[in-house]
Design a protein around this ligand. Structure first.
Ligand SMILES: [Zn+2]
Length: 65
């Protein structure tokens, strides 16, 4: 499978729902994208669910890994 998956996340800063595209190539990766609403840097972590679907967890910069 090599398709981008669209999902929506909640911004950890402003709580707005944002649609994001997850690239399977990013599995296990962490990256930062600015919120489209409040422009703060959201940390994304891409992982795979038990069912094989891509999921993304989001963290604010205040929350350490
Ligand atoms: Zn935001």
């Amino acid at each position: 499978m090599n398709q981008l998956t669209e999902t929506s996340i909640g911004c950890p800063y402003c709580g707005e729902a944002i649609d994001v595209l997850i690239d399977p190539a990013d599995l296990g990766q962490q990256y930062i994208e600015d919120c489209q609403v409040c422009c703060k840097p959201i940390n994304f972590f891409v992982s795979e669910s038990a069912g094989g679907e891509l999921t993304v967890a989001v963290y604010s910069d205040d929350e350490a890994f």
